[in-house]
Design a protein around this ligand. Sequence first.
Ligand SMILES: Nc1nc2c(c(=O)[nH]1)N[C@H]1C(S)=C(S)[C@@H](COP(=O)(O)OP(=O)(O)OC[C@H]3O[C@@H](n4cnc5c(=O)[nH]c(N)nc54)[C@H](O)[C@@H]3O)O[C@H]1N2
Ligand SMILES: Nc1nc2c(c(=O)[nH]1)N[C@H]1C(S)=C(S)[C@@H](COP(=O)(O)OP(=O)(O)OC[C@H]3O[C@@H](n4cnc5c(=O)[nH]c(N)nc54)[C@H](O)[C@@H]3O)O[C@H]1N2
Ligand code: SF4
Ligand SMILES: [Mo]
Length: 703
Amino acid sequence: MKKSVYSMCGMCTVRCPIRVEVENNKVVWIEGNQHLLGGALCAKGSAGVALVADNERPQQPLIREGGRGAGRWQKVSWHTAYDYITDKLKKIKKEHGPESVVLSSRGGPWQDMYKTFIHAFGSPNYTNHDNTCGRNTHHASLSLNGVGRTGFGYDIKNSKHLVLFGRNMFASLKIAENLQTMDMLDNGGRLTYVDVRQSMTGLKASRFFQVRPGTDYALALGMIHEIIKRGLYDEEFIDRYVSGFDELCYFVEQYTPQWAAKECGVKEKAILDFVDEVAEDMPQVIFHPGWNLSRYKDSFYASRALHILNVLMGNIETKGGLIIPKGPSDCGIKGIRNLDCPKPDIKRADGVGWKYKHFDKGPGLAHLFFDAMEKHDPYAVKAWIAMRHDPFTSMPDPQRQKRFFDNCDLLVSIDTHYSEFGWYSDVILPESTYLERDNPICLQKGPKPRLAVRRKALEPEFDTKAGWEIFKQLADRLDIGDYFPYKTIEELYEWQLEPTEFTIDDFEEKGFISLSDKPIMFDRQELAGQFNTPSGKIEIISKKLEDANLPSLLTYESPRKPPKGMFRLVYGRAAVHSHSHTINNPLLHELMPKNSLWINKKIAAKLGVEENDVVDVIAENGVTERVRARVTEFIHPEAVYTVHGFGRQIPLQTKAYHAGLSDQKLMVNKLDDWDRAGGAINLCETFVQVRLSPNNPKRSVEL
Ligand SMILES: Nc1nc2c(c(=O)[nH]1)N[C@H]1C(S)=C(S)[C@@H](COP(=O)(O)OP(=O)(O)OC[C@H]3O[C@@H](n4cnc5c(=O)[nH]c(N)nc54)[C@H](O)[C@@H]3O)O[C@H]1N2
Ligand SMILES: Nc1nc2c(c(=O)[nH]1)N[C@H]1C(S)=C(S)[C@@H](COP(=O)(O)OP(=O)(O)OC[C@H]3O[C@@H](n4cnc5c(=O)[nH]c(N)nc54)[C@H](O)[C@@H]3O)O[C@H]1N2
Ligand code: SF4
Ligand SMILES: [Mo]
């Protein structure tokens, strides 16, 4: 029997809307939802078929038998696994208090479920991956605009000029955004791209600035200087909604385009030409504030400068600019209900909210739990539940992390795959893949807000379960089941939709429920109240930062030059992989089985390295990774670049096992090197040595 199911892709966390065709419990077709994406989908989205079939993923709950990481597992029933975990949690709670348990997840639309679980258990310590992702950008926006990084959407389609600093969107995909950008380019829009190397996005750009690594802040300051000097900003918008503009004018006087050009290694004329274009295109100019904005010591301030450029354009709530996302109340209707439990009134173990008051308390900062594990400061952390999060791959220096995690009595991984952390854990609970499970309904805010839901397209291939069921089962055993008021997913949907006028059947026609027919725009004269800062204005000078002894406008300091014989290690994504969890996918492995090390042609010649040679990449403490060189003119000579996610160490993943290089293993001592203003780990402040490997078969013999 053939059926068609609207759902949500899960091959990366963008969660594009999809339609899946299924015949005899096998997926025969996946496409992007025609109503929203016109059928478009990326290679990873299409490879969902291979994920379901992949038998190199955990097929039933596993409890560790040997030492941590030894890879000896006992296959157990779900009941045994649930009992094992909850017995341990009860014991830990009794001995060390409930706050000694941390739960980390990938954030996203279902985090209410995970937060409810950990809060109801009695711990305030929910955390997520964002300390290695968008935290700097998030905090930058929060300090300036009073709303976080999702506080604005981008009307790229109607924009005349999109400016991207290291936002490599045609490899680091988000299909709806890609489609909008293609439309913008087709309509004659301009794209300016800034990176230390040429990329898929740079190739589509009308202007490419190849900057010296870590100098984006200088380029942004030079742009601000010129825009202010030439009076190209939206004076009315600034008078009405912005405080601290005079301080900004005074601060940027020193940062001329001539200075910025020299600092970044670009042409002054190119900056001036760029500003000429901005004068023609504003206010339909978008400065994307960065997503994974490269993690340098001043990326928080670079991101703030990009937000300031938007403010100068006066592009907030304009067509072709930044749009404030709208929700049900803006449509005059009631929204859905989400699981909820108030956060216990206990200090967080990572210090966020009391030691570090200027950070968003929500998910805290995952790298700041290690003192609690090692020194019981401010109290002991004894258990870590990783739900769709792999600390060993996403945070640097897994070797050192293992020593911290060894202080814990319980490590649990709830994952569709064997993660590096899962492999080291005590229990693995295998979640069904996104095609084999339902997820709760979620609200997707935007100019046209909608409700979306992931529906199960297939029965699970193996003995795996959905997250909603896993958390309910654990909660029942811990006597906190009342916070999860359902037995089946249908009951959960009913409970979520109760305050609204909708039923779950309303999703069937298009796969989502539109809450508004037309885009909702606020009146630009009435934006007061949208900026959730202490003053209600966009604050160029932030009291919260100044109270934390951090400047609002940081004096520029040139990034460190790599020590002799070393290079700055930078990283990014490839269009056909999602971090580390697609490397073993049979179809995607075929498209890209390994990563490589990009190195500048002139530098490679000096090192005697030719294209495809094997090189040793050596961290400051001697840790060595081996990989093939990709020799190119299109990378700055100070940097080497690789795609993140490779170099995996799980023997059961036969395709990914030791394929390519692991960038996080080379980032030694980076757990302590984090941005006091933005919170993220300074991953890009890593230097490595590169040399031709002695293990280099120069001649291959054809047999
Ligand atoms: N060195 C270095 N570090 C980085 C980065 C880098 O480029 N270089 N990138 C950073 C960025 S931007 C990010 S966002 C983080 C990402 O860090 P993580 O969020 O930890 O990475 P992922 O690999 O996306 O996912 C984590 C785990 O979720 C599992 N998973 C996938 N789908 C599902 C599912 O449906 N259910 C469940 N339960 N589990 C699932 C995967 O198998 C994987 O083990 O890493 C960051 N860290
Ligand atoms: N295919 C695919 N798409 C994804 C993901 C995925 O895993 N796979 N993950 C998603 C996630 S979690 C995230 S956070 C986003 C990330 O999306 P992006 O923010 O676009 O992140 P990256 O791909 O990491 O791109 C980082 C770029 O920064 C460049 N760079 C390094 N140093 C500098 C510098 O000093 N200045 C400038 N201007 N650039 C520099 C690198 O060369 C690289 O091209 O992608 C999302 N989309
Ligand atoms: S970008 Fe690709 S992998 Fe990610 S959700 Fe969309 S279709 Fe799926
Ligand atoms: Mo990310």
